[in-house]
Design a protein around this ligand. Structure first.
Ligand code: GDP
Ligand code: IMO
Ligand code: MG
Length: 422
């Protein structure tokens, strides 16, 4: 069987958690392949809202095995809290959650280093979630990180101390207040907690599953425009958020990749700093934020809002080899009389282009818009058959432009508010 990949095509928060939960019953395994506690994936059903950070969004489906892959950076402290929040729902987390021994550990000094690095950037700060993502991936690439499998080693504490000392060497020049004995105790306690779980060679596990005919869904975190190579560098996260990242982050060969679900909001949002060509700074943007409840699931920060950006989406579709598009939060656009779609950019010299310029960060880009009539009716409970014609027109326009079918349209945060198109 194949590994299908679901990933965000914008700057994250497209609604990945909701859709993974919707699709999970079709899959034997759901696996996270990158990112860490910077992610906040929201699921809603039976009137309860859940936000997952490191645990895959298939966890509420009893028959689905959930894997935290080798490409993930895992914070044991956040993990313990997350499991604690799930405890009251009587899920089989100890039997159907598997963690790669090759996943990188986030230790408390990574979070301190994240703060120090952001502070040093001043007004050029990335707007990191400060969860220690950048510093832990730096240690991984720098070949000095700790991995989940290390917690099973009898000399784990020594290894930990060695890395902490390296970090302290940097931190001694930085003004930060923290209580190290407390942070260390909290971490070591969480590491003990982590040991109760299935710590596995996930690349063998996943390939064995494939061989035995299982279906696997790889769950992306963040979005393609935050990718370390293809995002709006340096305003990006530190991992490969694209389809190729699923291969390295899980240990599955490219030939095993099946469908690539590209998920996007019917408009655009971004949290943190960095370029955002279609950003709205006016009352329209404010209304979008309010209607879409656009506040970060991990940090609570207000998300920047703007119209849909087709050059950016086309870029993400190209990099990822997207085979199906999933459009989220269509209901939020119900409040607008007119809906704008950015089809091209105008560069400073007047050139019109559909390409994302290299100098996205410093170049002033003017988005060129096409306007369409809004549907202006609530979409709650709507089925494909009674979709307003203006919404059907919007979908058809996007499909024509993007050259990929939109197979799911989401009309609300709940599991049930999902139209699977025929
Ligand atoms: P993720 O990081 O991609 O999983 O997305 P987040 O959970 O961070 O943000 C998406 C937000 O939109 C969450 O609050 C979801 O509950 C909500 N959401 C998802 N789909 C829809 C939808 O179709 N309509 C509305 N109104 N909200 C949605
Ligand atoms: P999900 O999986 C939206 C953004 C941060 C910041 C930049 C770098 O919920 O879609 P980092 O903490 O990685 O050093 O932050 O990336 N960012 C996200 N934005 N959704 C996310 O995850 C994000 N994870 C990181 O705001 O701009
Ligand atoms: Mg999110």
């Amino acid at each position: 069987m194949k590994v299908d990949v679901l990933l965000g095509l914008q700057w994250g928060d497209e609604g990945k958690g909701k859709i993974v939960d919707v699709l999970a019953p079709k899959y034997d395994v759901v696996a996270r392949f990158q990112g860490g506690p910077n992610a906040g994936h929201t699921l809603e059903f039976d009137g309860i809202k859940h936000v997952l950070h490191q645990i895959p969004s298939g966890i509420f489906r009893a028959k689905t095995k959930n894997v935290i892959g080798n490409g993930v950076v895992l914070d044991p402290i956040v993990f313990k809290t997350e499991i604690g929040k799930l405890e009251k729902f009587n899920l089989e987390v100890r039997s159907n959650l598997y963690i790669s021994k090759k996943a990188t550990l986030i230790i408390p000094t990574h979070r301190l280093l994240d703060q120090a690095q952001e502070a040093a950037k001043g007004i050029n700060k990335i707007g990191s979630t400060l969860k220690g993502i950048g510093p832990s991936y730096q240690d991984k690439i720098g070949r000095q990180g700790l991995r989940v499998g290390d917690v099973l080693s009898p000399n784990f504490k020594e290894k930990f101390k060695k890395l902490v000392d390296l970090h302290f060497d940097i931190l001694k020049n930085v003004e930060l207040t923290y209580n190290w004995p407390e942070l260390e105790a909290q971490f070591l306690d969480a590491v003990d907690f982590l040991k109760q779980f299935k710590l596995i060679d996930s690349e063998y596990f996943l390939n064995q599953e494939l061989k035995s005919g299982a279906t696997i869904l790889a769950e992306g975190a963040q979005g393609s425009l935050l990718d370390i190579d293809f995002g709006s560098y340096p305003f990006v996260t530190s991992s490969s958020t694209v389809t190729a990242g699923a291969c390295t982050g899980l240990g599955v060969a490219p030939s095993h990749i099946g469908e690539v679900y590209g998920i996007f909001k019917a408009y655009s949002t971004r949290v943190g700093s960095g370029p955002f060509p279609t950003e709205l700074f006016d009352e329209e943007g404010e209304r979008m934020r309010k209607e879409g409840n656009e506040f970060g699931s991990t940090t609570g920060r207000p998300r920047r809002c703007g119209w849909i950006d087709l050059p950016a989406l086309k870029y993400s579709i190209m990099i990822n080899g997207v085979t199906q598009l999933l459009m989220m939060k269509a209901d939020v656009l119900s409040i607008f009389q007119t809906i704008k779609i950015c089809t091209k950019y105008q560069l400073i010299d007047g050139t019109l282009t559909e390409f994302l310029p290299y100098e996205l960060v410093n170049e002033k880009i003017i988005p060129i818009y096409t306007e369409m009539k809004g549907w202006q009716i609530p979409l709650t409970g709507i089925k494909e058959e009674n979709m307003p014609v203006e919404l059907s027109d919007y979908i058809s326009f996007l499909e024509r432009e993007l050259q990929v079918p939109i197979t799911i349209v989401s009309t609300g945060p709940d599991r049930t508010q999902t139209i699977i198109r025929k």
